[in-house]
Design a protein around this ligand. Structure first.
Ligand SMILES: Cc1cc2nc3c(=O)[nH]c(=O)nc-3n(C[C@H](O)[C@H](O)[C@H](O)COP(=O)(O)OP(=O)(O)OC[C@H]3O[C@@H](n4cnc5c(N)ncnc54)[C@H](O)[C@@H]3O)c2cc1C
Length: 411
């Protein structure tokens, strides 16, 4: 779909494009292309973070007074579309997209003054400590305890699936400060330094062989009371506020379109044995056409939501709709890509990709291994495996459907 941008928006798009031409180096673009996760590796993420920070574009959605950009909703959409189309590695969302907005909404002046600049300049790298074994979808049942002791809380318990805890120097946590009321009350939102004594991080290696998630054990971890965000016992309100940012605000369609075009190119390659190209196969072409029309429908929805937001309306169940459709279409593309690379999907070669962390077979582990097949085939299998998680994290798609059933259908 071609949006007819007005002259101001067209000029803005050109400004973004020339910035990307200059600063998004071939190395950064290659990482974007070879990503198997929704995240790039830490070093690339931070290299790109610093470029955007220098330009003043690292947290455009924040209010201007805290370092954000004075852009219209349409300009925000243009910016994220252009980044996706150019193959820029995404930034880690835990500080910029979650903890930062929460601090802006609920933090004290002291917390804002201390933490926000450190999120912007990349000095602090955050992770999210919500889920626990047994408390994922039913998050309000969480058990990690925080007992008052003088000026501190003493924290004990476990968090699980914590993305980037292996890199982060800080974690925002939901902890239980009281068991006396309904589970939603008695939860507190608290910030913890990852080097606090008593905190231990263990890796969780994914199906794709990557180390991106972790579990964290807290044993008598002392946290100053001044690290509570919002009021003690009112963390559930803060947590719900944060989830709007976690699930919404994404432009899925532009990235999906780029990936669809990549698959089209893969399927248009010569077979090498004189056989017909896959793109000529009617049933495969139909899968591409189906995916293309669904991505276009998602894009229209994104534009509709963008238009509502620019008229001052708040995002509601639309965040759940975008999360569900975006991740389902992403998973569909990983399946079509597997078909497109055919037997090159068989050699599992994470050493040739740009995953979330060193994996068995990575150059530092196996420097003499050379990848098999054309470079477009290298990340396909790991991406397929990694992407199974898309319908689970940030609230499972079943939970998103429950939200839509209630909010949209009134069930
Ligand atoms: C790759 C990855 C990264 C993650 N990163 C983080 C992170 O950084 N920080 C963090 O705190 N958490 C993180 N998570 C955890 C994630 O939020 C949880 O996995 C998710 O909320 C689901 O919880 P669960 O795993 O306990 O599954 P459960 O809640 O046990 O769900 C199991 C199944 O039952 C279904 N189900 C449960 N309740 C209902 C219901 N009421 N109606 C219909 N179906 C239901 C679910 O949809 C699911 O299919 C991550 C998870 C993954 C996979």
């Amino acid at each position: 779909m071609e949006l007819a941008f007005g002259p101001k928006d067209a000029a803005f798009r050109d400004e973004v494009r020339s910035f990307l031409d200059e600063k998004l180096t071939p190395e950064l673009r290659a990482v974007g292309r070879r990503m198997t996760s929704v995240y790039a590796d830490y070093d690339t993420t931070m290299a790109w973070h610093k470029e955007l920070y220098a330009k003043g574009w690292v947290a455009p959605a924040w209010p201007v007074e805290y370092g954000g950009c004075d852009w219209s909703v349409i300009q925000h959409y243009i910016f994220s579309s252009e980044l996706a189309s150019a193959g820029a590695p995404p930034l880690s969302p835990m500080g910029l997209g979650m903890c930062g907005p929460v601090l802006i909404g609920y933090g004290t002046q002291e917390q804002k003054a201390y933490y926000l600049p450190r999120i912007l300049n990349g000095e602090d790298f955050w992770c999210q400590g919500y889920s626990e074994p047994g408390s994922g979808s039913d998050l309000a049942s969480l058990q990690m305890s925080a007992r008052e002791d003088g000026d501190d809380f003493v924290c004990n318990g476990q968090k699980i699936w914590t993305t980037h805890a292996n890199y982060a120097n800080r974690i925002f946590n939901l902890v239980r400060t009281s068991k006396e009321d309904i589970p939603q009350r008695g939860i507190t939102f608290i910030l913890i330094d990852m080097d606090t004594p008593g905190l231990k991080v263990d890796p969780l290696v994914m199906l794709s062989g990557e180390h991106i998630q972790n579990q964290i054990f807290f044993t008598d971890v002392r946290v100053p009371k001044k690290n509570v965000v919002g009021k003690v016992g009112e963390g559930w309100t803060v947590a719900k506020y944060l989830m709007q940012f976690e699930r919404g605000g994404h432009a899925y369609a532009p990235g999906l379109q780029v990936r669809l075009e990549r698959i089209r190119r893969m399927a248009s390659q010569e077979t090498g044995d004189g056989g017909a190209k896959l793109i000529a196969d009617a049933s495969f072409a139909r899968k591409l056409a189906d995916a293309a029309s669904e991505i276009m429908a998602l894009e229209y929805t994104e534009h509709r939501i963008m238009s509502a937001l620019s008229n001052g309306e708040a995002p509601g169940a639309e965040s759940s709709l975008l999360k569900t459709r975006g991740t389902e279409l992403s998973q569909r593309l990983t399946e079509i890509a597997l078909e497109a690379v055919a037997y090159y999907a068989v050699p599992f070669q994470p050493h040739a990709t740009a995953p979330g962390g060193p994996v068995p077979g990575a150059p530092e582990v196996s420097p003499n291994e050379t990848p098999a097949g054309p470079d477009y085939s290298w990340p396909v299998t790991a991406k397929y495996l990694n992407d199974r998680a898309g319908s689970i994290y940030a609230g499972t798609n079943e939970i998103q459907r429950n939200i839509m059933a209630k909010a949209v259908l009134g069930l």
